[in-house]
Design a protein around this ligand. Structure first.
Ligand code: C5P
Length: 286
C-alpha cells in the first residue's frame, strides 16, 4: 500500500505564455498530509478500481496512464490491479490526480522490479502532467519551466487549513482565462525560495501569492468568500491553491489550524486541518 500526499502552492507565478501553449511558471509547492491510498497487486492485465464519482477507471485515469507509460518505457508486458482509496478532492488544485500517478510510478517500479532511479521516473512523470515530477520528491520545492523542473527547498513545519467549496475547476480552463496583466517576474517565488520568506508561519503568510487567484475569484465568487472566512477565523494568510478552487489558510501551529477549522465548518464547505510534510509525498506503508 502506498500513501500519496496532496500539495498546495505557497506561491504560483505565471511568467508568460510559451510557444507550446503552456505557461512559464515559478511556483513553490508544498506537500501536505492529506492523502490518497493506493494498493498495487500483480495481475495479468492493467486495471483500476475506485468507487469515487468523477474519478475515471478507464484509460483516462492518470494512474493507469502512468502504468501504461512506465510499461512501454521499460519494454515489458506486466499487468497490475490498482485500487485507489480517494480522499483528496478531485479537480481541486491539490494535485489529487498527479500524486496518485506518481505513487503508481513509485509502486510499480518496485512491483515490477525495475530499479529505476527517480531521475528516470521523472522523465515518464513529465509526460503525464506537470505536477507529477514534484510528487516524486515531496517536501517543499521550487518548480520552474512548465512546473516540471524541481529544486528542493528546506521548509519549516506549518499547520494549514484546507477549504474546498465542493465544485471542480478544470486546470486548462483556468490557465485559458489568464491574461498578460497577471504575469509577474518570479520575485514572490524567489523570496520564499531564498529562505527569508519561509522561516516562520508569519513570513510564509506574508509571502503567499497566486497569479491565477484574481481571475478565479471573478469567475467563482465562493473562492473569495472562503478566503475572507479563513482570515476572519484567524488565519495569518489565505490563498487559492494551484488553479483552485481549494483555498488554504496559514495557522500559527497545527493546534491553531484545528481551531480555525472548527470555526469554518458551518458552511457547505469541506475543511481539513493538515501539517506540511518535509519528507517524501509518496510513502510505502507496510
Ligand atoms: O500538466 P497538466 O496536464 O496538469 O496541465 C493541465 C493544463 O493546464 C494544460 O493542458 C494547460 O492548459 C495548463 N497548463 C499551462 N501551463 C503550465 C501547466 C499547465 O498552461 N505550466
Amino acid at each position: 500500500m502506498l500513501n500519496a500526499a496532496a500539495k498546495v502552492n505557497l506561491v504560483l507565478e505565471v511568467l508568460g505564455k510559451r510557444e507550446d501553449g503552456y505557461h512559464e511558471l515559478a511556483t513553490v509547492m508544498q506537500a501536505v498530509d492529506l492523502s490518497d491510498k493506493l494498493t498495487l497487486e500483480d495481475a495479468d492485465v492493467l486495471e483500476l478500481q475506485c468507487g469515487v464519482p468523477g474519478v475515471p477507471t478507464d484509460g483516462a485515469n492518470l494512474a493507469l496512464k502512468a502504468a501504461t507509460a512506465l510499461r512501454e518505457a521499460a519494454g515489458i508486458t506486466r499487468g497490475a490491479r490498482i485500487t485507489l482509496d480517494k480522499r483528496i478532492p478531485v479537480a481541486a488544485g491539490l494535485g489529487g490526480g498527479s500524486t496518485y500517478a506518481a505513487a503508481a510510478l513509485v509502486g510499480l517500479n518496485r512491483l515490477w522490479r525495475l530499479r529505476w532511479s527517480v531521475e528516470r521516473l521523472e522523465q515518464v512523470a513529465t509526460g503525464l502532467g506537470m505536477d507529477v515530477p514534484f510528487f516524486l520528491h515531496g517536501g517543499r520545492a521550487l518548480a520552474t519551466g512548465r512546473g516540471e523542473r524541481i529544486e528542493r527547498l528546506r521548509g519549516s513545519s506549518l499547520g494549514l487549513v484546507l477549504v474546498n467549496p465542493r465544485f471542480a475547476v478544470r486546470t486548462a480552463e483556468m490557465y485559458g482565462r489568464v491574461t498578460p496583466e497577471a504575469y509577474t517576474d518570479g520575485r514572490h517565488a524567489k523570496t520564499l525560495a531564498s529562505g527569508f520568506g519561509g522561516r516562520t508561519a508569519a513570513r510564509v503568510a506574508a509571502s503567499l501569492y497566486n497569479g491565477l487567484q484574481e481571475t478565479a475569484v471573478a469567475a467563482y465568487p465562493p473562492i473569495g468568500r472562503i478566503r475572507a472566512a479563513l482570515l476572519a477565523a484567524g488565519a495569518l494568510g489565505a490563498l487559492m491553491s494551484g488553479s483552485g478552487p481549494t483555498v488554504f489558510g496559514v495557522a500559527r501551529s497545527f493546534e491553531h489550524a484545528r481551531q480555525i477549522r472548527r470555526r469554518m465548518t458551518r458552511g457547505a464547505w469541506d475543511c481539513w486541518a493538515v501539517r506540511t510534510l518535509n519528507g517524501p509525498a509518496i510513502r510505502t506503508l507496510g
